[in-house]
Write a new protein. Structure first.
Length: 67
């Protein structure tokens, strides 16, 4: 099942790149965002958690540990 996480991460990166290059309102960006959402939903349904896809950054981890 790790392939679902890799597919979701790759779809998210493609959508983010499209949004930064052609803008978030462009039809291709919206299509890629939809594909990323579907890939993330498939990973979720397979039992993966959000943290499997989005590993906390070091900076985020430091902020949480101080609080």
């Amino acid at each position: 099942m790790p392939h679902l996480i890799h597919a979701a991460r790759a779809a998210q990166h493609r959508a983010a790149r499209a949004a930064s290059v052609i803008g978030p309102a462009h039809p291709l960006t919206r299509l890629l965002l939809t594909a990323a959402a579907l890939a993330a939903a498939a990973a979720w349904e397979a039992g993966h958690r959000v943290t499997d896809l989005h590993h906390p950054t070091r900076r985020h981890h430091e902020r949480r540990s101080r609080a």
